[in-house]
Ligand binder design. Sequence first.
Ligand SMILES: *Cc1c(COP(=O)(O)O)cnc(C)c1O
Length: 426
Amino acid sequence: MQTINSDLRERDQKHLWHPLTQHKTAAAALPIVRAEGAHLFDDSGTKYIDGISSWYTAVYGHCNPYITSRVAEQMTRLDQVVFSGFTHEPAIKLSEALIAILPKGQQKLFFNDNGSTATEIGIKMALQYHHNLGNDRKVMLAFEDGFHGDTFGAMSVSGLSVYNGAFEDHFIRVERIPVPNGENTAEILEKIQVLHAENGIAGFIYEPLIQGAAAMKFHDAEGLNEILKFCRKEHIILVADEVMTGFGKTGKFFASDYLSEKPDIVCLSKALTAGLLPMGITSCSQKVFEAFYSEDIAKGLFHGHTYTANPLACTAALAAIDLLHSAEMQNNIAQIRKSNEAFAEKLKRQPKAKNVRNIGVILAFELDVEMERYGNLRNKLFRFFMDRGVALRPLGNTIYIVPPYVISEEDLQYTYSVIEQVFSEF
Ligand SMILES: *Cc1c(COP(=O)(O)O)cnc(C)c1O
C-alpha cells in the first residue's frame, strides 16, 4: 500500500480543498501516514514532534492505546443511534463525568459536532433564553480579536478579519469590547453599560484568559472577573468558549477555574475527544435550561445534528477524562509547566523574544525582528521548524507551543532548542 511522496501530493491537489488555505499560493500539503504519542510521521518516514497537539486535540498522545481500545470495544456494540427519543450509556456516563469537572453550576449537556457548533449553540441558547423570557435583547457581546469558529453565528462574534469580508452583511448583531489588560477594566465596564442601554445585550461570549487564534493573547484574570460580575448583574448570559482552553491545557481542568465568576454556558470540543473523533458539547446551568422547559413546544431548543452524542465519540471523551484524572497525566502536565516556566525565564533574557507568557502547557512569545525583511515570516518560521522535525504553526511573528501531555522531557527540550535556533537564524 506504500505510495511514493509525490504521488500523494499530486492526488491530493486533484480533488481536495483544504481549510484556511489559498490554494494558488499555498505549498502542497504534507502527507502524514502515521501518528503515535507526541509524533507525526510523513510518507518518507520523517518524524515530527507535534508541538501544538494537532490544533490542541491530541493532548493524551496520538492513537493513545487506552482510548483506541475503549472505542474499538464500543464499536462492536453500538455505533450510532438517533439521540432524539433514544439514549445510551456512553452519553449518560459522559454527562456524569463532565458535570463532575465542569465549572460549578453546569447542569445540562447539549451535544453537537465541533467547536463552531458548540459556540453557535451557546449563542442560540443565550438569544433564545431572553426571547423565551420575553426580554427585548437581540445583541451579543464579544471581545475584539476573539475567535469562536466559522459557522455564521460563531463567525459573527469572532473578530473582524479579511477572511470574513464576504459575509459581513449577514452577521448576527454583535458589539465588541477590548480585552482587559489590567488598566482598562473601568472603561470596559462603562462601555458595556452604554452598549447594553442602547441595544439590550443577551449574552457575552468570551475565551477565558487566552485568545488562541488571536496568537495566544493572554488577558487579565481580575479584569475578566470584573466584567463577568458586571454582566451577571445585568442578567447577560455568560458563554465561556473553552474549546481551546479546556481539559488541562492551562494547568486546571478549565480556564474558568481561575475565575471566581462562573459561566452560565460552556462550549467544549478539541481535546474533549482527544483528537480521535469530532464532537462538540455546549453545557449550561439549570437556570438556562429552565427558560426552555415549558408546555409550549416553541420554547424548546430546536437544534439537532444527525450525529448528536455519537456513542463512539462519547466513549473517546469518557476515556480521555479517565486519563485526565490519572496521576500520570497530572504529573505530565505539572512537569511540562515546570519546564515551560524555566524556558520562559530563559526567553525573558533573550532580546529578540518579546511578551513571553506561559500558563499550564501553553507558552508563547513574539519574535521581535523586522518582519518586512522576511517577506512571509510566518511561512519561513513554519518551514524552519518543520525542517528540524518540529510541527509548530506560528501566527504572524508569534511562536507558541501547546505540546501533548505525553511529550518526553527530551522532546520538549529539543523543541526549546529549535526555538532558540530561531534567534540566530532570524
Ligand atoms: C478551534 C476553536 C473553535 C472552533 O472549533 P472548530 O472545531 O474548528 O469548529 C472555537 N473556539 C475556539 C476558542 C477555538 O479554539
